[in-house]
Design a protein around this ligand. Structure first.
Ligand code: GH3
Ligand code: MG
Ligand code: MG
Ligand code: MG
Length: 315
């Protein structure tokens, strides 16, 4: 085995400890028709803190994958009855992108064409079965690390830093396809613009940090009420946008007003006080305006809610 220098070694240990810590929520699947091989690899991965699921061939793996959509990495054999590793790789790659599911092939095949064949089919990596346990672990770990880094950079690009909510950029990237879907199949679609009333007072009276706390609390209430499905985003400052799909016009008013009421009656404990505030909401369901037009319209309605007394929903 390659022996690391002292400093390199301690850095490596830190990485491994961090890796095992991160692995505690990570599910992987081992696919092999040899039960001895399957158990041997699974035992190694379990020792790394991973949760392991086993399948005896590609077909069984597909079924288990459908029931365990949170699987992050698959370590698969090549030659298996019913469905081999290549067909499995091709099938799963259609369902998940390379940065969401890592597929590593572990094969004893000696043909020099096998590795490139798998890599072209969509495998993230190819390891020969003669590899040491150490090599298998290094490759599993680095593939998991790459996916985590990619997820982190995706979040940095798409989420608002303070609240963790989708940002304006993500909203526009995804709102349009929902809009088109609604045009095609008639699913009702509405845009709601939410703005905290007199938020400046919170900052002025309690400071910017408390203002930030209020924004975090408010945004988690939005996501809780409208759901991630509702495409909730922070548009900027204390203004939020929700694209509501699937709520009929007859129910829309009470649905949105339900949220306004929750904010009106809830409070945020801060030191010995209970912070209270209200929200004004502008809504439109007129999809003939186009997406930008709907946002503008909701903004006009929001302005009307503000000028006519706040703490209300205007359609
Ligand atoms: P209105 O009822 O008309 O909406 O009044 P308002 O005070 O809520 O609105 P205004 O637009 O006057 O003030 C919004 C304030 O939000 C001003 C700005 O400093 C504050 N703000 C914007 N982004 C943040 C943030 O990330 N954190 C904090 N603490 N404050 C923010
Ligand atoms: Mg086999
Ligand atoms: Mg405001
Ligand atoms: Mg505002």
């Amino acid at each position: 085995d390659y022996v690391l220098k002292r400093k390199e070694h301690s850095e490596y240990i830190v990485r491994i400890v961090k890796r095992v810590y991160n692995n505690r929520n990570t599910k992987v699947m081992v696919v092999d028709d040899s039960s001895t091989m399957r158990r041997w690899i699974s035992a190694i991965l379990i020792r790394q803190g991973l949760t392991v699921i086993q399948a005896e061939n590609g077909a069984a793996a597909c079924k288990l994958f459908a029931a365990n959509s949170d699987i992050k990495l698959i370590l698969t054999d090549y030659t298996m009855p019913e469905m081999d590793g290549q067909e499995l790789t091709a099938k799963l790659r259609l369902l998940r992108h390379m940065d969401e599911l890592s597929i590593i092939v572990l094969s004893s095949d000696e043909n020099s064409r096998t590795a490139p064949l798998f890599l072209k089919t969509g495998a993230n990596d190819f390891i020969h079965k003669s590899a040491s346990i150490e090599e298998i672990l290094c490759r599993v770990n680095s593939n998991l690390e790459i996916m985590e880094l990619l997820e982190e950079s995706r979040n940095r690009a798409n989420r608002d830093f303070l609240t963790g909510m989708w940002n304006r950029r993500y909203f526009f990237e995804n709102a349009f396809s929902l809009f088109e879907e609604s045009e095609d199949n008639g699913t009702p679609l509405s845009v709601a613009l939410l703005d905290i009333d007199h938020f400046k007072n919170v900052n002025d009276n309690y400071g910017h940090d408390v203002g930030d706390l209020v924004l975090k609390d408010f945004s988690s209430k939005i996501v809780e009420y409208f759901g991630e499905k509702g495409l909730c985003s922070r548009f900027g400052g204390e203004e939020f946008t929700v694209l509501i799909h699937g709520v009929d016009s007859t129910e829309l008013e009470s649905y949105v007003d339900g949220f306004r009421e929750i904010i009106e009656i809830s409070s945020l404990p801060y030191r010995r006080e209970k912070l209270k505030f209200t929200v004004s909401i502008g809504v439109t369901s007129n999809i003939t305006l186009g997406l930008d037009g709907m946002i503008n319209r909701a903004d006009v309605m929001l302005y009307e809610a503000k000028t006519s007394g706040r703490n209300k929903v205007v359609f």
